[in-house]
Design a binder for this molecule. Structure first.
Ligand SMILES: *[C@@H]1O[C@H](CO)[C@@H](O)[C@H](O)[C@H]1NC(C)=O
Ligand SMILES: *[C@@H]1O[C@H](CO)[C@@H](O)[C@H](O)[C@H]1NC(C)=O
Ligand SMILES: *[C@@H]1O[C@H](CO)[C@@H](O)[C@H](O)[C@H]1NC(C)=O
Length: 347
């Protein structure tokens, strides 16, 4: 057992390393919330970047989601609350740039798709006001450029397409869009849209059987053409073929305590990072090879303090940094790969 006191900028942080059942286990206490990182095999994969953001007072509401423009080094955060900016834009170094709140009612999920020609910030909005029940696309300055769904009106329709509490979306490099609809509303479905917003395929209805959902809460793609959905209420991840929508399998065994609320891949495609909201836990899972997905295996966990409540997260495709939107702690935290050069305790 080792205990180290680290002093940074006048604040004192406690760092300990305990040897538990697995060979290694580490724990840190940060400025606001303590957390533990435990791991098997290769040592820890991530550490908290206490230098991000530079000024946390910009978090003035409940921070529901975060998205990263890795091409331009920008981090977008959406938060809920009265009379506050709803979308905050930071640099990846943690400097605040700008904010907006027009046409954003109750943000839930977010995704940035960025090419050298266009930066797009997509937001799912679960509000019941005049901008709610939509999936909206903004440019990086906050100008509204596209609205999907029927603003202010929840529904199950497909023509025109309607949403009820759309939870999250993923836009791939070709511009095709995967939307999980939704967060406990009328719909429990995964919809794939073409670049020009035509429905290519749709899976799901309410239920526990394969390819049915109960609160499909988060969606992402892997590098081999599979769509991964955090089917939170059914306590599983479900996997589909990206081209056909065919069901490829499900993982239940890692989520007996609580369903996953967020799912993402590391940039090398080797691991998944999953959040469990009420457990305040992040887990690193081994990504399966192409084909059958087999069983779920956790190689590492980051146990956040009670009531931090990690809701959704994003991984920077360039640096591998993980940004976690914590609705309980009302902040976004940045975890960086253990061997990256960013200082662990800020500067
Ligand atoms: C928008 O944000 C500003 C602060 O940036 C705040 O003063 C204003 O009340 C907000 N508007 C709404 C409708 O929340
Ligand atoms: C979906 O089914 C579950 C139980 O299977 C039920 O609790 C829930 O209310 C249903 N949701 C909808 C939208 O029908
Ligand atoms: C978390 O706990 C709250 C309050 O007990 C509950 O309403 C919610 O459904 C839980 N969420 C999950 C994902 O289990």
């Amino acid at each position: 057992m080792r205990k180290v006191w680290v002093c940074v900028g006048g604040a004192v942080f406690f760092l300990s390393c305990l040897v538990l059942h697995s060979r290694f286990c580490g724990s840190l206490v940060s400025r606001t919330f303590s957390f533990d990182i435990s791991w098997r095999e290769k040592g820890p994969l991530f550490r908290l970047d206490l230098g991000w953001p530079k000024n946390s007072e910009y978090f003035s509401g409940a921070t529901f989601c975060v998205a990263v423009d890795s091409l331009n080094g920008l981090v977008y955060v959406a938060q809920r609350g009265e009379n506050i900016p709803k979308v905050l834009v930071f640099t990846e170094d943690g400097y605040f740039l700008r904010a907006w709140n027009h046409t954003v009612d109750t943000p839930h999920g977010m995704f940035v798709s960025s090419t050298p020609y266009e930066q797009s910030v997509w937001i799912t909005d679960v509000g019941s006001g005049s901008y709610g029940h939509t999936v909206k696309k903004y440019n990086s300055l906050g100008d509204l450029v596209q609205v999907l769904g029927t603003p202010g009106k929840k529904g199950t329709g497909l023509n025109p397409l309607q949403f009820d509490n759309p939870a999250e979306l993923h836009v791939d490099d070709t511009g095709e869009i995967y939307i999980v609809d939704g967060d406990g509303g009328l719909n429990n479905r995964l919809v794939k849209l073409s670049q020009d917003f035509m429905i290519l395929w749709l899976r799901g209805e309410n239920g526990t059987e394969p390819a049915k959902f109960n609160i499909p809460h988060s969606v992402t793609l892997d590098t081999v053409g599979r769509v991964w959905v955090a089917d939170r209420g059914n306590k599983r991840l479900q996997v589909f073929d990206k081209d056909t929508g065919e069901w490829l399998g499900a993982w239940n065994n890692c989520f007996t305590e609580e369903g996953p609320s967020a799912v993402r891949f590391t940039p090398d495609g080797k691991y998944l990072i999953v959040a469990q909201l009420n457990l305040s836990r992040l887990s690193v899972l081994v990504a399966p090879p192409p084909g059958s997905i087999g069983d779920c295996s956790v190689i590492s966990t980051i146990q956040l303090a009670d009531q931090v409540l990690p809701h959704l997260l994003e991984v920077d495709r360039k640096t591998g940094a993980v940004y976690v939107a914590e609705i309980g702690a009302k902040q976004v935290q940045k975890f960086v790969p253990w061997h990256s050069r960013t200082p662990a305790f800020g500067a």
